[in-house]
Design a binder for this molecule. Structure first.
Ligand code: SAM
Length: 235
């Protein structure tokens, strides 16, 4: 993490995000000064060591693109027996999460302000995660932008390597066309099994709070689709 609190990522041809312009407010800067040393982890510090990061070895949950982070903080508070790792490229969201978590005294949380693809590659051990969650990823509505959608065949295999056998990948979206795309990708993905015996979308699991983005979608009359797939097989 550099002094300017900028997101960390390596050069690549297709990115699932845009870096939004804008300076940090004094309040956000203060949140970083106070709480980044508590919660922050850097892409460039190599593999995350759970014992060192959390002072224990507990089941690990990773969230990609937590937005403003309210639902991730709530989950960390509701599931103190697990350790949570959040990844987000948008600095104001990271600032809000570390501030609210810090004020609430949350201890089972670490945060990367970086591209999730790079963090998975360089920092997260294989066969280590109990759950990986991606809630309401950018839908990239236009067809010519669909290649920027984060849920793609190669990406879900990258995730699979990081899950423990029996661990789950939990996706949610309020965009029907993306829900169909996610389902197609997951049904075809080797080494995953839909947790719904009838092969359908899943009801929202009790552990997933309703996110800020989802509330906005609900007001616009959008539906919501959850997908929960389990890793099967050893590798
Ligand atoms: C539509 S928002 C949803 C936020 C939140 N999950 C919610 O439901 O309110 C998607 C978020 O994913 C983040 N994002 C997209 N690609 C990412 C990546 N490769 N690594 C980390 N964050 C990413 C974006 O910055 C954005 O904040």
């Amino acid at each position: 993490m550099n002094e300017e609190y900028r997101p960390e990522y390596k050069k690549k041809s297709i990115r699932s995000f845009v870096i939004r312009a804008g300076r940090m407010t004094d309040g956000q800067k203060k949140a970083f000064d106070t709480y980044w040393p508590v919660y922050g982890a850097s892409l460039f510090d190599g593999p995350l060591e759970p014992e060192q990061a959390f002072g224990r070895s507990a089941p690990q949950v990773l969230e990609i693109g937590f937005g403003m982070g309210d639902s991730l903080r709530e989950m960390a508070e509701n599931e103190p027996d697990k350790d949570f790792i959040g990844i987000e490229v948008h600095p104001p969201g990271v600032g809000r999460l570390i501030y609210t978590a810090g004020e609430a005294g949350v201890r089972n949380l670490k945060v990367y302000m970086a591209d999730a693809t790079d963090v998975l590659d360089d920092c997260i051990a294989d066969n280590s995660l109990t759950r990986l969650q991606i809630y309401f990823p950018d839908p990239w509505h236009k067809k010519k932008h669909h290649k920027r959608r984060i849920v793609q065949p190669d990406f879900v295999q990258k995730i699979r390597r990081k899950l423990k056998t029996g661990g789950v990948l939990h996706l949610a979206t309020d965009w029907e066309n993306y829900a169909e795309h996610m389902k197609e990708v997951m049904d075809a993905a080797e080494g995953y099994k839909n947790t719904q015996a009838d092969g359908s979308f899943a009801p929202r699991p009790a552990y997933r709070p309703i996110t800020k983005f989802e509330k906005r979608g609900e007001k616009l009359g959008h539906g919501v689709w959850d997908l929960v797939y389990e890793k099967i097989g050893e590798r």
